[in-house]
Design a protein around this ligand. Structure first.
Ligand SMILES: [Ca+2]
Ligand SMILES: [Ca+2]
Length: 260
């Protein structure tokens, strides 16, 4: 499907579609999409990128930058179970000026950030940038007291499972620590933790067994009760996409089926 955008079969109305191809320049595509299937209207645009003068593959990127809202409000379609997850200004955000952030409390807590629903297609990846200052063990650096995981579910209210437990794999930027203490909601789980002052890439291969499924993912921070917290976790430039092929974010493709 390279070099082609296939709009067939989508549960939507395309209000506007335009494309302009200039020699030695990226192909810029604007598609204004009114999604009629999931009761929300979304306007999306993106840039179809190709290195000028090469046969490099195309990638259609649609991303959430958290920059179109005023902090602390989360973007449309995103939600949290607590006010601890919110949009904040971040001076080193990958896309300025905002990122999503969760503070690391010094007490036992469980904090969720839910992305909009999406339908998984073949070869789909979830990509994002993250940085953090989260309590880990300086004596045993593979272990952490607090941390963050990525979870997936087949319905809005769960149950949610660790992305790796349902066949997801990390192409890069996988978990770094193990929660080795018991008084954390993520006890015994692999997590992201530690001091990562600059944004790093995470690329997740979504489970191949869940193609065509309506899916939900959430970021989850679990903290223990040792009275030690820190600045916490920052998230930016969340992208759902298919390398080298076309993609629209979240709910625009195919008829979803319930999974998980
Ligand atoms: Ca941003
Ligand atoms: Ca702690």
């Amino acid at each position: 499907m390279k070099n082609k955008i296939d709009l067939s079969g989508m549960l939507m109305t395309v209000a506007k579609f335009s494309a302009c191809l200039l020699p030695l320049a990226p192909l810029h595509v604007v598609a204004q999409v009114v999604d009629t299937s999931f009761h929300n209207s979304n306007l999306r645009d993106g840039t179809l990128l190709r290195d000028p003068g090469s046969d490099a593959p195309l990638s259609f990127l649609v991303d959430e930058s958290f920059d179109q809202v005023a902090p602390p409000v989360l973007p449309q379609g995103w939600r949290s179970t607590a006010t601890n997850w919110q949009t904040v200004e971040d001076l080193i955000a990958i896309s300025a000026p905002n990122a999503a952030h969760v503070f690391e409390p010094p007490f036992i807590s469980d904090n969720f950030l839910f992305a909009p629903a999406f339908i998984s297609v073949a070869h789909m990846q979830l990509r994002f940038k993250q940085r953090m200052d989260i309590e880990y063990s300086k004596a045993a650096p593979d272990f952490a007291y607090d941390g963050v995981v990525l979870e997936i579910a087949g319905s809005r209210n769960g149950p949610f499972f660790d992305i790796e437990n349902k066949g997801g794999t990390f192409a890069s930027g996988g978990y770094t620590h193990l929660i080795s203490i018991s008084n954390n909601p993520l006890a015994g789980r692999n997590v992201w933790s530690g001091l990562v002052p600059d944004y790093k890439d995470v690329v997740v291969n979504l489970p191949p067994s869940l193609i065509g499924c309506l899916l939900f993912v959430r970021w989850r921070m679990g903290t223990d009760g040792d009275l030690v917290g820190a600045d916490g976790y920052y998230l930016d430039n969340v992208q759902f996409g298919v390398p080298n092929e076309y993609i629209f974010a979240d709910t625009f493709e195919k008829t979803p089926q319930a999974c998980l």
